[in-house]
Design a binder for this molecule. Structure first.
Ligand code: PRX
Length: 630
């Protein structure tokens, strides 16, 4: 088991060692796992190209470490507790023994259908146990999983399938979310109808039951394929730097890119961070409310907890169904000890009133966490008072799809916590602030751009199929550093607060979205000539989506609704603009670039201090944009 920090002096000591001799530090952690062959070299790195290798030459299988390794000591302990959408639906649990057998059966079914090491498999599924099992089954045989959040549209799904050149899609029939039933298989069929030539099969799990479209040549039933299989499948022996998964995420330009994580480093870092950040102790019940469609679900529902031999809760539903007490009712029922959610959920529940958490016994909680976006002071205090009863440490964890694991966070009960601050780096993480010219900001009580100057084991290795894009996006802005895209402030004691993105990425309800992506979707409407999308402060979502749209003058009275429908079709409902303003032009520089700074200010309700507009090609438009602001 990786080491666990238990005091402030432990943290300081671990941090110091991790900086003075990172290779020794991480090798010591890595040695606690099962390697089929030890590594030849701990670290090779170059942030220019970039090329980063951890535990080169080492051979392992991450599922052996998640499952087989625990069987002797804790085979009958609970690995996964699944809480269904329906509060009376019945909890389902898997012990480590049962999970290993289920994973092996699916792994054998995948093999029987031609999936082998290196093949890509896309998942498009709700939060059912089969999703975690399927992901682990891929890792068992060395296939690369790429989970697509089941709220994305058929078009978005097709784009990801094609970028990954996936051989198989694994889906469910329907998805139950709150009172809704969502036809998941139909979306997969719609995606394939757009042209996904690499797909050979669709493996469908019967989740709710019900009629679905069926193609005998492509579609396979999960039960028919999985049930007859043998309950053991030998783990494929992987190189430490073999690909484990691809996860698509939005950037400031173009289509979402496939962030690639590899086996060895990701395993070491997710386990180490899970154990330390949540201070998990054997027997604890840990619940992260994220969806496995996002990185948080990968690292802190599936891999981190299972590597640590923990009991991890998977929740199918939503925080407000059947009522706004659901999270707290589940915490009470399961005796949750560590609870990890997003600020957007905290704000939404805060708005429903203090009486909901007051109804339930939350005394088992030992750690409460936040992730995905900045947590505002009001939400932080509400979480502290009404969920933690002013006694449970809050951990505000900052990290990204690309970082693989938690980078900045207080350690509960060990380092101090200050509202809205992610505070301190994890051991092995070397954050720096730089100014726009890339010069290091050494002093405290300062703001700057957040970079990381040394690799950690779970750092992104490449963007799938386009290494140059990875170099450009993360390693070219500031020489010799990984650039996060975030702006941050460091207080006088050295704690870090992440303020938000400084690029054209917005964070809506903790979902990361490229403004260009939303603009491209809006531009698909036949009456739209041009659009510009910016984020603005939103009470619940953190940021809302504000779209400025130039039309051809022929848009009908349902135009706004049609725009929402187009965006839903191109990306999914999560990308729908909250506000749409029709304008006759957009403020542009003489070189034709949209001046987003002005649009952001107007969207935020600011009408003064718009800054210098004299360099605009069309300064007169600013007045019109301001007058029409919503
Ligand atoms: O802007 C930061 C914000 O979320 C971005 C990463 O989004 P994603 O890759 O989807 O991963 C989210 C879950 C790890 C970051 O660039 N972000 C994430 N956590 C925080 C945060 N901003 C402020 N505080 C946080 N705790």
């Amino acid at each position: 088991m990786t080491q666990q920090i238990s005091s402030l002096s432990d943290y300081k000591d671990a941090y110091k060692r991790s900086i003075e001799d990172p290779e020794l530090f991480w090798a010591t952690q890595a040695e606690t796992f099962h390697w089929h062959k030890p590594w030849d070299k701990v670290l090779t790195w170059n942030f220019e190209t970039p090329e980063i290798k951890w535990f080169e030459g080492g051979k392992l299988n991450i599922t052996y470490n998640c499952l087989d390794r625990h069987i002797a000591d804790r085979g009958d302990d609970t690995a996964i507790i699944w809480e269904p959408n329906d509060p009376f639906g019945g909890v389902k649990s898997y012990t480590y023994n049962e999970l290993l057998e289920s994973v092996c059966k699916v792994a054998n079914a995948l093999k029987a259908n031609g999936i082998k090491k290196g093949d890509r498999v896309v998942f498009y599924m709700p939060m059912v146990p089969e999703l975690a099992i399927g992901v682990l089954a891929c890792a068992r045989i060395g296939a690369v999983h790429s989970v697509v959040f089941a709220g994305f549209s058929a078009q978005a799904l097709a784009d990801r399938i094609n970028d990954a050149e996936a051989k198989m899609v694994i889906c469910s029939d329907f998805n139950s979310r709150g009172s809704k039933s969502i036809p998941v298989k139909q979306v997969v069929d719609d995606a394939l109808a757009k042209g996904c030539p690499s797909i050979e099969h669709v493996l469908m799990d019967r989740n709710t039951g019900g009629e679905v479209p069926w193609s005998e040549s492509i579609d396979l039933h999960w039960d028919e394929q999985v049930d007859p299989q043998d309950g053991f499948c030998a783990p494929e022996i992987m190189d430490s730097e073999d690909m484990l998964f691809i996860l698509y995420t939005s950037g400031s330009t173009g289509k979402p890119k496939g962030v690639v994580h590899t086996c060895g480093g990701y395993m070491v870092y997710t386990c180490y961070s899970f154990k330390n950040v949540f201070q998990y102790q054997p027997g604890d019940i840990y619940w992260c409310t994220a969806d496995i469609g996002w990185i948080t679900g990968h690292s802190y529902i599936v891999y981190g907890p299972l590597l640590a031999g923990a009991t991890t809760v998977m929740f199918e539903g939503v925080p407000t169904y059947p009522d706004a007490g659901r999270f707290w009712q589940v915490c009470e029922k399961l005796g949750v000890n560590q609870f990890y959610t997003a600020p957007t959920a905290i704000r939404a529940l805060m708005a429903r009133g203090d009486e909901w958490p007051a109804k339930y016994d939350l005394s088992a909680l030992k750690v409460i966490g936040s992730v995905g976006e900045p947590i505002n002071e009001e939400a932080w205090h509400w979480y502290d008072k009404h969920i933690g009863k002013n006694q449970v440490p809050i951990i505000d964890t900052w990290w990204q799809t690309e970082t693989g694991g938690i980078m900045l966070t207080p350690l509960p009960g060990i380092t101090d916590a200050k509202p809205t601050y992610c505070s301190y780096p994890m051991p092995g993480i070397q954050p720096v602030l730089v100014n726009a010219d890339g010069e290091l900001i050494e002093e405290n009580d300062a703001e700057g751009l957040l970079c990381i100057k040394f690799p950690w084991p779970a750092i992104i290795r490449t963007t799938y199929g386009d290494h140059e894009r990875c170099r450009q996006t993360y390693f070219s802005t500031f020489k010799g550093m990984y650039f996060t895209g975030d702006g941050a402030r460091r207080d006088s004691d050295g704690r870090i607060r992440v303020i938000g993105r400084v690029d054209d990425v917005i964070n809506v309800s903790g979902h990361r979205m490229g403004t260009a992506e939303v603009e491209n979707a809006i531009d698909e409407h036949p009456n739209v000539i041009e659009s510009a999308v910016v984020g603005y402060p939103h009470d619940i979502k953190g940021q809302g989506i504000y779209a400025y749209v130039i039309t051809d003058g022929k848009a009908g009275e349902n135009f706004e609704k049609e725009v929402l429908a187009v965006v839903t079709k191109e990306i999914g409902p999560i990308a729908k603009p909250d506000k749409i303003q029709i304008v006759s032009g957009l403020p542009k520089t003489r070189s034709g670039k949209i001046m987003r700074r002005i649009l952001r200010k107007v969207a935020s309700g600011e009408t003064e201090n718009l800054g210098d507009i004299s360099t605009l090609l069309n300064p007169e438009i600013v007045d019109e944009v301001m007058k029409g602001a919503k």
